[in-house]
Ligand binder design. Structure first.
Ligand code: TRP
Length: 461
């Protein structure tokens, strides 16, 4: 069979890089998790789905499904020390096609990168807009018009996206990923500080209490099946799980790394950044009269309003968008890593060729997202533009489905003994009880829960 040939193992005998220190592992994994999912997606989805109730469901999904699946993925990756396709082939009994999960993951990587690169494009464009000072305003009409003008201009949308792809491609092709990760490590605390400052200003606004009530007082009537699915999809997206990113990063983990501890730290830090973004944005939404359900525009139209209330607001806003771009870069690099490492190790392409092929595909697929608010606004499938469709299909279908299969694989194929071995570093760490509990979740709870949420949310039963 042709398929078989393509999947012969050109990766055998390849030297693989690894993370050298425990802190490097944490930083890189965190660099993947924290990105526009926190700064852009979390606030806009929370706003569009009714606020606190959505947040609550999101938290439950993170704990019951996100954490177990993340530990499972990292364990599988570290055990196999290979790209996701090879890993699943090596760990599964002969003839069982679990590697298809990694193929779906590769597709998800392309879909996510296509729209993600466009959102990063808006961030790039906003750095320039912030420098010019033209968006520093608390008037919804002004900030909405500025954002509208950007996304409805096909040329700008496309050129900024190309700039993003060339930028990421440059990092990968010049082999400076490690340097960028080191830089990210230094800059992330700055983003954190800036978010804290934004929160302080936001909390002093007139209607801060209303914003906080929206974010923290659940209205259970707003929790529908599709809201639950969206919250679960967001949990997958934010933790970078369900498609092989964490499996790939796990394959670079050291054998003495404490997987549960790393996972918990990444999840907590990721949650903190999201909460800060939420607290920075919603008081401003209510004070200045923005619509909480403004959609993908939300951050871009409200953040300038908060900065307009600060001394040196213009320069701090420049810093904010630069730091957002830095955070997004770590996430994009981790997304790119999946197709690149698969094409390299599994299909025998050199890393530069694998990178160029991935980028070329993204130029084409990405353009359909870049033009979703202009030239291709009327080009819809299932009633969604390509931007919305790629987002929906990846977050709400492929990632959760990937999560089901990863949980089932560990729960029923790989087995309790090996999973416990991975979480305890073969008896070296006292994570035994935790491993048993997480294994129970993976075997019985997570797959069923994800399946029910998907079927209900997609209106299939
Ligand atoms: N988690 C990242 C963010 O919040 C995005 C991301 C990176 C991702 N790698 C991923 C999402 C893998 C899903 C799967 O911005």
């Amino acid at each position: 069979m042709k398929e078989k040939n393509a999947l012969a193992r050109p990766d055998q005998g390849l030297q693989r890089p690894g993370f050298s220190s425990g802190f490097g592992v944490l930083a890189a994994t965190l660099g993947s998790a924290v990105g526009l999912g926190n700064i852009w997606k979390f606030p806009y989805l929370t706003g569009a789905n009714g606020g606190a109730g959505f947040l609550l469901v999101y938290l439950l999904a993170t704990l019951l499904v996100g954490l177990p699946v993340m530990m499972a993925e990292i364990s599988l990756g570290r055990e196999a020390k290979a790209n996701p396709i090879s890993a699943l082939q090596a760990l599964a009994p002969k003839g069982q096609p679990w590697w298809l999960v990694a193929m779906a993951g590769m597709l998800a990587a392309f879909l996510i990168l296509s729209f993600y690169s466009e959102v990063v494009a808006w961030v790039f464009a906003y750095v320039v807009k912030a420098l010019r000072g033209s968006i520093l305003s608390s008037d919804p009409q002004v900030t909405e018009a500025a954002f509208g003008a950007l996304i409805s201009d096909p040329l700008q949308s496309l050129l900024w996206q190309w700039a993003v792809l060339v930028f990421i491609g440059g990092i990968l092709l010049m082999g400076v990923t490690k340097g960028i990760e080191a830089l990210t490590k230094k800059l992330m605390p700055l983003l954190f500080l800036l978010l804290l400052l934004l929160c302080a200003v936001s909390l002093s606004l007139d209607k801060a209490a209303e914003g906080l009530a929206f974010l923290f007082q659940p209205d259970f009537s707003k929790i529908t099946a599709s809201v639950v699915l969206t919250a679960m999809g967001l949990a997958f997206f934010k933790l970078s799980i369900g498609m092989g990113t964490m499996m790939t990063y796990g394959s670079y983990f050291r054998d003495d790394q404490n997987i549960p501890l790393t996972t918990l730290r990444v999840m907590s830090a990721d949650l903190c950044v999201s909460m800060l973004a939420g607290i920075a944005i919603f008081p401003a939404v209510f004070t200045f009269g923005f619509a909480p359900a403004a959609g993908p525009a939300l951050v871009f139209i409200t953040i300038p309003a908060v900065f307009s209330q600060m001394p040196m607001g213009q320069w701090l806003m420049v810093a904010f968008f630069v730091l957002a771009a830095v955070a997004a870069t770590g996430a994009m690099l981790s997304l790119m890593e999946v197709p690149v490492v698969i094409l390299h190790e599994r299909f025998g392409l050199s890393r530069p060729k694998a990178t160029l092929l991935t980028l070329s595909l993204l130029l084409v697929l990405g353009a359909s997202c870049a033009l979703s608010n202009s030239a291709l606004a009327d080009f819809k499938l299932f009633g969604l533009t390509m931007f919305d469709l790629f987002d929906f299909v990846s977050s709400n279908i492929i990632l959760p489905a990937g999560g089901i299969f990863i949980a089932l694989f560990v729960g029923w194929v790989w087995g309790a003994g090996k999973f416990r071995g991975a979480l305890t570093n073969h008896g070296q760490l006292a994570n035994e009880k935790l491993a048993n509990a997480v294994f129970f979740l993976l075997r019985y709870v997570s797959p069923l829960l994800i399946l029910i949420v998907m079927l209900k949310g997609l209106n299939l039963f």
